[in-house]
Design a protein around this ligand. Sequence first.
Ligand SMILES: C[S@@+](CC[C@H](N)C(=O)[O-])C[C@H]1O[C@@H](n2cnc3c(N)ncnc32)[C@H](O)[C@@H]1O
Length: 268
Amino acid sequence: MSSASLWFKSCAPRQNATSQLGKFAHLLKWKNYKETILDAGCGEGSITKEILYPVVKNHSKKILSVDKSEVMINFAKKHNQVDHIDYQVMDVMDQAQVTKAANQFDHVFAIHLAQWIPNTRTLMTGFHKMLKADGQIFVLSFADLFLTHAFRKQFQEGKWRKYLPTDPVFADYTSKPTQYIERLLNDIGFRLEGCNHEVQMLYEENFTDFLRSCMSMYVYFARLPAELQEEYFEDILKLCHQSCNYLGPPDKYEMYYEPFTFVATKIK
Ligand SMILES: C[S@@+](CC[C@H](N)C(=O)[O-])C[C@H]1O[C@@H](n2cnc3c(N)ncnc32)[C@H](O)[C@@H]1O
């Protein structure tokens, strides 16, 4: 089964997106009902269609939903295509593509994308460039989660060290995420409207499948020799089991998350 269909079936991302958009969408300011919206890192499109679109539908006729993975975009077009969403392949870290989209959007949403991009400054600078004057970002990321613990332990154990670089896997918002992001965003030319960092437990019915879809976003996983990928996956799964709570058969687990959500306005 493809990473897109595994993600499509996951429940934790939906629980989290519903909860965070519900709590913080009121920080968004709308100018009219024809706003241009970019949904960066849309994945297989179900959260865009079922959770994001209802929040923006009175303010915008269309969402441009982009993802760097062609597999995700093809899945989205096949399973989550509706008139008001346009799915396209785009890498939001590619400066040529960002420059082409400069000054085009009133709002940029990034749901469950930013934690996978270690260079937060480049990501936020790209969003700033693609926004029109007074445009806003809504970023739903994670300051920490069960997977970072597993990756850390896995690296300490050393078994896979010769195959994997020491590059950070996740964004590091420091031990004071709110102060860190406010300073960074101010520096780039944003005003922070609101920021929330909390601790949550989310559950996943089919934890192994969910983890497989997460691993498809870890760039170095695909670069491991093919014959070792399953063994690596089993090792990471074991470490994740140690930091999650088993809830019951067949494969239901409760996972630790620190959702980190912020809304900011482009001011210069
Ligand atoms: C965890 S998924 C989130 C998908 C969707 N927003 C959701 O919440 O279900 C993160 C997505 O970001 C995409 N992604 C990662 N880096 C990206 C980049 N530089 N540009 C565009 N998409 C990217 C991945 O391909 C993946 O589909």
